[in-house]
Ligand binder design. Structure first.
Ligand code: AMP
Length: 279
């Protein structure tokens, strides 16, 4: 695997491949890689000739400095995992390589900015669009792959691609889960043994809602889900919403694509999960 820390060197390398007709696919990550990330790399391998993975813990998308500080950074393990799945290129820049001092960024992403995750993590999606815009500009991928795990993020990035007419196709990949249903996340390493068990209430509740869902029971099912999660000791719910999967507005009977999305803090760890109920 080629490993670049400097954007110029990466760009030179990719320019040659592009000139030879290679289709470049791209998987941006914050590192602390798990099977969810690796599944994106494997899907990227099916769609193009060269897979670029970036590992960059982007400071501008963290609204909590403590969360940024304690974010896991096991770079040697990550490199080993990427090599095991035959990833072609790693881009692993440091902060000064990505940002000049006091850079400004604002993109009008409409209501996605203030709904659900946006409401609880002010500025988060500005940081996400800022770094993904920069990464797209450096890598110039034909196809970029993102996980459904961060469902709202996929909608936000698609909105940016549409607004700025960026020449990249986005692909959303399914959530990879532990055998007991917990959505894989780099943050799961922070869960104590008890928290790890309690966290299962999120995926269990999402599954139950999906199984029992009918459009005339949205309010009731949402209420039952909120009660179930609130009753789990050590779990503090931020939101549980049955939403329109395209706009993330609260769903109603006329909604066409339904999704249920949840965020909660388990012990001290903030987790998110979701399920698409119908396409
Ligand atoms: P992150 O490093 O958390 O920013 O994640 C990098 C990419 O991997 C994002 O597109 C995530 O949505 C995706 N991802 C994270 N966890 C999972 C998972 N459990 N299953 C599938 N994709 C995931």
């Amino acid at each position: 695997m080629k490993n670049f820390a400097k954007k110029d060197e990466l760009q030179q390398y990719l320019a040659k491949l592009r000139a030879d007709g290679a289709v470049i696919t791209f998987v941006p990550t914050l590192g602390a890689l798990h099977q969810g990330h690796l599944s994106l790399i494997q899907q990227a391998q099916q769609l193009g000739n060269v897979v670029v993975c970036s590992i960059f813990v982007n400071p501008t998308q963290f609204n909590d400095p403590k969360d940024l500080e304690k974010y896991p950074r096991p770079i040697q393990d990550d490199i080993r995992k990427l090599e095991q799945v035959n990833c072609d290129v790693l881009f692993n820049p440091d902060v000064p390589e990505m940002y000049a001092n006091n850079e400004k960024w604002h993109l009008d992403i409409g209501e996605l900015e203030s709904l659900l995750e946006g409401k609880f993590r002010p500025g988060h999606y500005q940081g996400v669009t800022q770094v993904v815009y920069k990464l797209f500009d450096i890598v110039k991928p034909d196809i970029a792959l993102f996980g459904q795990k961060d469902y709202q993020q996929v909608l936000v990035i698609q909105k940016m691609v549409d607004l700025l007419k960026l020449p990249v196709k986005l692909v959303m990949c399914p959530i990879v889960r532990e055998p007991d249903g917990l959505a894989m996340s780099s943050r799961n390493v922070h869960l104590s043994t008890d928290d790890r068990k309690r966290a299962l209430i999120l995926s269990k509740t999402l599954n139950r809602i999906k199984q029992q869902f009918t459009p005339d029971r949205i309010g009731q099912l949402q209420q039952e889900a909120i009660v179930a999660i609130n009753n789990e000791p050590g779990v503090t719910l931020a939101y549980f919403e049955i939403a329109d999967g395209e706009t993330l507005h609260p769903a109603n009977k006329n909604t066409k694509k339904f999704a249920a999305l949840v965020a909660a803090t388990v012990g001290k760890t903030r987790l998110i999960d979701n399920v698409i109920i119908s396409d």
